[in-house]
Design a protein around this ligand. Structure first.
Ligand SMILES: [Ca+2]
Ligand SMILES: [Ca+2]
Length: 467
């Protein structure tokens, strides 16, 4: 029986389940991904060490001896130029990872140590506690589009996230998602719905950290952005282009370097009298950041299983880990604004998966700010965060029409009621289908994924501490 058929049977089965109290329903697992087996990969593009994005829009790239070779067209699809990039000049890669359904799945893999290491990141991503993977169907292929609940290890860390699904397309008046557990953990999804936002053309729709739908009409780039050494961060953060700021690679493999904080300052223009602003931020945890939790848990050695149980039951270990994550800003960053009374924390910026990072809006109160410059400070643990884009918008939110879409045949996901869809073991998947409402005439549509849940890590998946 193929995986697609199993998934379809699964969604049909959901219609027969009703939830009265806390309740978990197993999902029929699809075909498991063999552990340790390297997937077949095609290289879609690279970011070079000089932070130049090169897309292989001709034939995909491949490794030839010590370089990546690929084809680049001039945009008309006719003129093809072969490009060879030495491996030591490659910073990140985008890969295509074929799967057993659709015509293939695009999986962006963001690496930090060049291509050889990036290949290893496939295994690293599969081993780290980030899940579930949400794939969007665009009519031809399923593309990885979201990876919610990063760091939500246990019900005490359960949270809801919002993310624009950029790869989702309406096909035959429907939207289709595939949720897959691709790691050695159990995913618990409480609710999942789509917000179909019809909005004026040319306006960018971005969700807020708590699910408010914001419009961005006039984003202002930072005038200056710098680290404690005065390094200019503007080339990294001005454009939303997959070119990320990240602390220098050297020494990242040591735990101390991962957790030592740096200080980043961003200066924006402030219109006279502006009392509030929308900070637009796209960033995520790096792969090193993704491994922080796992390394922490691995330090418990043989007691890791007991500690995981304590986290699950919200015992002392739960609060210790929670406090540690907050103090180290491991999974969320304090958003500080310079006021007449000094730096004040005005919000908390969410981290997340490096595989499918999202953009969020953070409204900030500027009533304590004077002058024509707005200064924002972030203090990320240096090696465990990546920042693609930061901007500020002072416009008022425009009226939009929001329709909440429930998955057909999946009652478990309809409400936040502690009735969970459980994706386990590794390889379990479910196809989710949503009917598309008619569009408002003359308007554009943006689809936002809203989903809440958590996951459990299997004690066996925690590696022994590094010596
Ligand atoms: Ca539910
Ligand atoms: Ca960028």
């Amino acid at each position: 029986m193929n995986k697609k058929l199993i998934a379809l049977i699964t969604v049909v089965l959901f219609t027969f389940f009703n939830c009265i109290s806390t309740h978990v329903e197993e999902v029929v697992p699809g075909k498991s991904i063999p552990r340790g087996k390297a997937p077949s990969l095609k290289i879609l593009g690279v970011v070079t060490t000089s932070d130049k994005w090169i897309e292989f829009n001709g034939k995909p790239g491949r490794i030839v001896l010590t370089a990546i070779e690929g084809e680049v067209t001039d945009g008309t699809g006719k003129t093809v130029k072969r490009i060879s990039i030495p491996l030591n000049e490659v910073k990140r890669v985008w890969l295509r990872k074929p799967r057993g359904f659709g015509s293939g799945v695009l999986l962006p893999i963001v690496g930090v140590f060049g291509f050889i290491a990036a290949l290893g990141i496939i295994a690293l991503a599969a081993a780290d506690p980030f899940c579930p993977f949400i794939y969007s169907f665009d009519g031809n292929a399923y593309t990885l589009d979201a990876e919610p609940f990063a760091g939500a290890i246990g019900p005490g860390f359960k949270r809801t996230e919002w993310k624009v699904l950029s790869s989702l397309a309406e096909v035959n008046r429907q939207y289709r998602l595939m949720a897959i557990n691709e790691v050695d953990a159990a995913d618990y999804i409480d609710h999942l719905q789509l917000l179909a936002v019809d909005h004026p053309r040319g306006v960018i729709v971005v969700p807020g950290i708590s699910g408010a739908v914001h419009t961005v009409t006039d984003p202002a780039a930072p005038l200056k952005a710098y680290d404690p050494d005065g390094k200019d961060l503007l080339p990294f953060v001005v454009n939303n282009d997959e070119v990320y700021w990240q602390a220098d690679d050297e020494g990242q493999e040591t735990a101390g370097a991962v957790e030592s904080k740096t200080e980043l300052i961003f200066e924006f223009p402030r219109p006279k009298g502006a009392a509030e602003a929308k900070v637009i931020f796209k960033g995520c945890n790096s792969f090193w950041g993704a491994g922080v939790l796992k390394r922490r848990l691995a330090m418990y050695g043989k007691n890791a299983a007991a500690v995981l149980e304590e986290i699950k039951n919200q015992g002392p270990a739960f609060f210790a880990i929670k406090d540690m994550l907050a103090a180290e800003e491991a999974l969320s960053l304090q958003l500080r604004v310079e006021t007449t009374d000094g730096w004040k924390t005005m919000g908390s910026i969410a981290g997340g998966s490096p595989l499918a990072p999202g953009t969020l809006v953070y409204p900030v109160d500027l009533s304590g700010v004077t002058g024509d410059i707005l200064r924002i400070k972030l203090t990320p643990p240096a090696a465990s965060w990546m920042i693609d884009y930061i901007a500020v918008d002072y416009s008022r939110d425009l009226p939009v029409k929001v329709a909440a879409l429930q998955a057909v045949h999946s009652k478990l996901l309809a409400a936040r009621d502690d009735c969970y869809l459980k994706l386990s073991p590794m390889g379990a998947s479910v196809l989710l289908i949503f009917n598309s409402p008619p569009r408002c005439p003359g308007m554009e549509r943006t689809i936002i994924l809203e989903t809440g849940g958590y996951y459990d890590i299997h004690p066996d998946s925690i590696a022994q501490p590094r010596q």
